[in-house]
Write a protein that binds this ligand. Structure first.
Ligand code: NAI
Length: 283
């Protein structure tokens, strides 16, 4: 018995890195998996079929069921196309992991519009398009569903040199929270992962590469079990959560608001009182 027996899952960007680990584990747990990957380079240039095909072959060699899809998550036709692959190949779609992503790092002052636009398009628009296409199908079937997005500590906390990427990943945080509310009545949950793993996206980060045993400690295989849990019936009552994962450590990110302070005169704040009481306001 697998945790995902009878389920059909679509995993975007599953031709390598974290998505590949999700796909292999989901298939091992009984899901029929659509392995989507555009097959381009880490900066979003190029495309090809081999990345998705290789993972499908790996799944089949291990006795699982999978179908490849090479569509682009950031295009409407691509998002519709991957849901169609699931329905045509396996009759339905129960689970989506929005994982596809690219990087074009530059500090904000040096960024050009193309770097901004493509990164936001792939991560944020891609997550929206695939979620919408899948959720329409799920709502129509009325059998519930699971959406698992991929945010990042870069978006949740900020990261030097990644204004485009962090804006997109913070957008995915807000999107996840709102969609979790809107889809609750259909018993569709929507959560997000904020992973840290050594993949082609992060292999040149000196901080990660310098860690002893980084390959084992930060293997993308540590991320997949958390996605599996959120995709399973065990997590039917968890929605709107942003789950941090680094190695075998799991946490939950929350937006915080301080308790709130009113001005001494009971009416409006003056800039000088704001200055004077800033420590109290921000505590
Ligand atoms: P990766 O580069 O190995 O995987 C991303 C995959 O998405 C690639 O196989 C790529 O071909 C595919 N892809 C790119 N654009 C696509 C498009 N338009 N349509 C379909 N597929 C497309 O990188 P990794 O690290 O596995 O990243 C997976 C996700 O995790 C990304 O969303 C990334 O931003 C996120 N993430 C990763 C972290 C890490 O430490 N590796 C940290 C925080 C977030």
């Amino acid at each position: 018995m697998g945790l995902l027996d009878g389920k059909v899952a679509l995993i975007t960007g599953a031709g390598g890195g974290i998505g590949r680990s999700h796909a292999l584990l989901f298939a091992k747990e009984g899901a029929k998996v659509v392995v989507n990957d555009l097959g381009g380079a880490r900066d979003g240039t190029g495309k090809g079929n081999t990345m998705a095909e290789k993972v499908v072959e790996e799944i089949k060699a291990a006795g699982g069921q999978a179908a490849p899809n090479y569509d682009d998550v950031s295009e409407r036709a691509g998002a519709d196309g991957m849901v169609k692959t699931a329905v045509d190949s396996f009759g339905k779609l129960d689970i989506v992991v929005n994982n596809a992503g690219i990087l074009r790092d530059k500090t904000m002052l040096k960024m050009d519009d193309a770097m901004w636009d493509l990164v936001v398009k792939v991560h944020l628009r891609g997550t929206y398009l695939v979620t919408q296409a899948a959720a329409k199908h799920m709502a129509e079937r009325n059998q519930g569903g699971r959406i698992i997005n991929t945010s990042s500590v870069s978006g949740l906390m900020g990261n030097f040199g990644q204004a485009n990427y962090s804006a997109a990943k913070a957008g995915i945080y807000g999107f996840t929270r709102t969609v979790s509310m809107e889809l609750a009545k259909y018993k569709i949950t929507c959560n997000a992962l904020a992973p840290v793993a050594l993949t082609r996206l992060t292999e040149d980060l000196p901080m990660l590469a310098a860690m002893p045993n980084a390959k084992e400690i930060l293997s993308p295989d540590h991320i997949a079990p958390i996605a599996l849990f959120l995709a399973s019936d065990l997590a039917a009552d968890i929605s709107g959560a942003i789950v941090g994962i680094q190695g075998n450590q799991v946490s939950v990110y929350r937006m915080t608001q301080t308790s709130g302070v009113t001005p001494k005169n009971g009416n409006d704040w003056s800039p000088s009182e704001l200055k004077e009481r800033w420590a109290e306001i921000s505590k």
